[in-house]
Design a protein around this ligand. Structure first.
Ligand SMILES: [Fe+2]
Length: 198
């Protein structure tokens, strides 16, 4: 079955003023749609056409050579954006709790240690890409990936992501990526991150 663009899980204006309505329209309706369309084109007629995005990204090495790069870019783009929409929510932000808070303290010392590591990864990433909180099988880590590379392709379990492509923030924040990353923290859906960890 071809991939379909999932609806944004909240209203386009719901993350104002941190993430603006116009950016969400362009980012979701145009950019994400294009990844979906190109992912479908990349897999059409192949034995992978009915696989889920996660199955494809975990098994990129098994894809035919002539489809692998397009799958990394476009299936990755589709999956990463779906994951990003669900990493945010209206009225979210705040702090993690329970087992997630304990895991963050164990890995980063405290929440401030995590936030510093995540902010550094987001702000300092060169060019287009993503910053991630992942579980590597034994502990939590902050990493960044280039272009549309997914942590799934490295055997990691993603828990939280911030899109640091310019299209994620340029309309509102222009070149001020640090301002976008600081604002984004106000809409982080920690409940979703905790659900992914469990
Ligand atoms: Fe994006």
């Amino acid at each position: 079955m071809p991939f379909e663009l999932p609806p944004l899980p909240y209203d386009y204006a719901a993350l104002e003023p941190h993430i603006d309505e116009q950016t969400l329209h362009v980012h979701h309706d145009k950019h994400h749609q294009t990844y979906v369309d190109k992912a479908n084109a990349a897999l059409a007629g192949s034995e992978w056409a009915n696989a889920t995005p996660d199955e494809i990204l975990r098994n990129l090495g098994k894809l035919p050579d002539d489809r692998r790069t397009a799958a990394r870019n476009h299936v990755g783009g589709h999956a990463n954006h779906t994951f990003y929409w669900e990493s945010m929510g209206p009225g979210k932000g705040g702090e993690p709790s329970g087992a997630l808070a304990s895991a963050i303290e164990e890995a980063f010392g405290d929440l401030a240690g995590f936030e510093q590591a995540f902010t550094d990864a987001s702000v300092n990433h060169f060019g287009s890409g993503w910053s991630w909180l992942v579980h590597d099988g034994s502990t939590l880590k902050v990493i960044s990936t280039h272009d549309q590379e997914s942590p799934l392709s490295s055997g990691l379990t993603p828990l939280l992501t911030c899109d640091v492509w310019e299209h994620a923030y340029y309309l509102k924040y222009q070149n001020r990526r640090p301002d976008y990353v600081a604002a984004w923290r106000n809409v982080v859906n920690w409940d979703k991150v905790a659900e992914r960890l469990s």
